[in-house]
Design a protein around this ligand. Structure first.
Ligand code: ZN
Length: 434
C-alpha cells in the first residue's frame, strides 16, 4: 500500500464553523496566530496550534513556512460569467443595454472552441491569482463553451460548478436555442461532466426574459431528473427587467414566482442579485432552500440597486457573494467584500468583517450545498486554501501595524486589500501560482 502524502503549512489561520450572523459572533470561527494546517492526500487532516501539531508529524514531512501570513479556505465566488472576461469594465446604461451591446456580441465568439479554450485558461488563472478556488460559472449557449471550460478546470483539479446558458427568445438569432436543444445539450453535458473529477453541473437559464415558458419547464424537468444538479440564474436585478419578466409571465405573482412555479427553486439553486424582492418572495427563498448571490460591484456598476442583506437575514435564506464579472468590476473577492460593506451601509446596516469573510468562504460553500467538501478546514475537507499577505501594500502594512484585534485586521484586509494580498493559492494542497 502506498504511503499517504503528507504536507503541512505554518501560518496564522482562520476559518469558520458556522454563520457568525450580523453580530459577528466569535464562537463561529477558529483562529490560530501560529497554526499548522496538516494536509493528507489533498484533504485537511488537522488544523491547530503549531506547537501542538509539529511534534506529531512523521519525520521528513514537508512543511511550507508561511509564518507572518494568514491562511484561509479558498474564496468561493457564487456568480460569475467566464464568457464575459473580455467585456469587464465596459460602460453601459443599465442591465438590458449592457446585455445587448456587450454581452451578446462577446458570447457569440464562444462558438469557436479555440476562443473558448483560450478565455477559459485566462479566466481560471485570474480566479486563482485572486485566491478564488471554487466558482459558480455561466458559460454561453454553446455546448463547446462548457467542454472548453470543464476541460481546463479538470486539468487543474479545480472544484468548479458551471453550465451552458439556456436562451430561446429575446436574444440575437445567433445565440438562440430551443426548449428541446437546451434540454438535450444540458443533459448531455450533465452526463459527461457532473461528478467528473471535482466538477459539478448547473442548469443555467440566463433569466426568465430570455427563456420561453416551455424552456423553463424543460429546465425544471432537468432539475427533477438530476436532483443533485445545481440551478443557476439571475433574479430581480433591475426594475426594468422585473417589469418585463412580469409582462412575459402574466400569471406570475412576482418574478421569483416564475422560477418557483416552474420547479427551479430548491436547494443548490443560486440566484444572482435578488434585489427587488418582497417579503413573500424572501419567505419562499427560505422555505425552498435556494440561495442569493450578492454581487455588489455589479449592482453598483450597472446601477441595478442595493441588495438588502438585513432583510435576507430576517427571512433566514442563504446568501453568498458573487463578483458577477463582467457586469462586476473585479475578480477580487476582497474588493467585492469591500463593496458589499458599502452597499450594506447604504441600506442602513453594518456588515461585520467576520460575516463578510464567512460569506466569501463557508457561506459560499453552503449556498452551493458543498459545505461538507469545501469552505472550511474541518477534517477531511478538500485542502483548497489561500495564503494572504496582510502587509501587501505600504498603506495596508501601516494600518495593520496599528490594528490590535482580529476583527480590525480583517476589516482592513477587505477594505484595502486586493490581488496583491494573495501570496499563493493551493488546490488540494498544491500551490497553483507561479
Ligand atoms: Zn450575471
Amino acid at each position: 500500500m502506498a504511503t499517504a502524502e503528507l504536507s503541512a503549512f505554518r501560518a496564522s489561520a482562520l476559518h469558520f464553523l458556522s454563520d457568525p450572523g450580523s453580530e459577528g459572533s466569535a464562537q463561529s470561527l477558529q483562529y490560530f496566530a501560529d497554526a499548522l494546517l496538516v494536509v493528507e492526500d489533498g484533504r485537511v487532516k488537522a488544523l491547530g496550534e503549531a506547537r501542538d501539531l509539529l511534534p506529531t508529524l512523521p519525520e521528513g514531512t514537508r512543511i511550507s513556512d508561511y509564518s507572518g501570513r494568514l491562511i484561509m479556505p479558498g474564496f468561493i465566488d457564487t456568480h460569475i460569467h467566464y464568457s464575459q472576461t473580455d467585456i469587464i469594465a465596459s460602460p453601459g446604461r443599465d442591465l438590458l443595454h449592457w446585455l445587448a451591446h456587450y454581452t451578446f456580441p462577446a458570447e457569440r465568439n464562444f462558438a469557436e472552441l479555440t476562443h473558448a479554450r483560450e478565455v477559459a485558461e485566462f479566466f481560471l488563472d485570474e480566479l486563482l491569482r485572486n485566491g478564488t478556488t471554487t466558482a459558480l460559472v455561466f458559460g454561453t449557449v454553446h455546448k463547446q463553451s462548457m467542454d472548453a471550460f470543464f476541460d481546463a478546470a479538470r486539468a487543474r483539479n479545480l472544484r468548479m460548478v458551471a453550465g451552458k446558458v439556456l436562451m430561446d427568445r429575446n436574444c440575437p438569432e445567433y445565440l438562440m436555442g430551443s426548449p428541446e436543444s437546451g434540454y438535450r445539450e444540458s443533459a448531455e453535458l450533465m452526463e459527461k461532466w457532473n461528478g467528473t473529477g471535482r466538477l459539478n453541473y448547473a442548469i443555467t437559464p440566463r433569466f426568465a426574459i430570455t427563456s420561453s415558458e416551455e424552456q423553463l419547464r424543460q429546465a425544471g424537468k432537468l432539475a427533477r431528473e438530476f436532483p443533485d444538479a445545481h440551478i443557476h440564474s439571475h433574479l430581480a436585478e433591475n426594475e426594468g427587467e422585473v417589469a418585463w419578466a412580469r409582462m412575459l409571465f402574466p400569471w406570475s405573482r412576482s418574478y421569483l414566482d416564475i422560477y418557483d412555479r416552474l420547479g427551479l427553486l430548491r436547494n443548490r439553486a443560486v440566484y444572482a442579485h435578488c434585489i427587488h424582492l418582497d417579503e413573500q418572495d424572501r419567505g419562499r427563498m427560505t422555505e425552498s432552500g435556494a440561495a442569493a448571490a450578492f454581487c455588489p460591484t455589479s449592482n453598483l456598476f450597472l446601477g441595478s440597486g442595493l441588495f438588502d442583506l438585513a432583510a435576507a437575514d430576517r427571512a433566514g435564506f442563504r446568501v453568498a457573494i458573487g463578483t458577477d464579472v463582467g457586469g462586476g468590476t473585479s475578480f477580487s473577492m476582497l474588493r467585492t467584500l469591500s463593496e458589499a460593506y458599502k452597499v450594506s451601509q447604504l441600506r442602513g446596516h453594518t456588515l461585520s468583517p467576520m460575516r463578510a469573510f464567512y460569506l466569501a468562504t463557508l457561506g459560499g460553500a453552503a449556498a452551493l450545498g458543498l459545505e461538507d467538501r469545501i469552505g472550511s478546514f474541518m477534517p477531511n475537507r478538500e485542502a483548497d486554501f489561500v495564503v494572504l499577505d496582510c502587509q501587501s501594500t505600504p498603506l495596508l502594512a501601516r494600518r495593520m501595524a496599528a490594528a490590535s484585534t482580529l476583527e480590525e485586521r480583517l476589516f482592513l484586509l477587505m477594505t484595502l486589500g486586493d490581488d496583491r494580498a494573495i501570496v499563493q493559492t493551493h488546490i488540494l494542497g498544491q500551490p497553483m501560482i507561479g
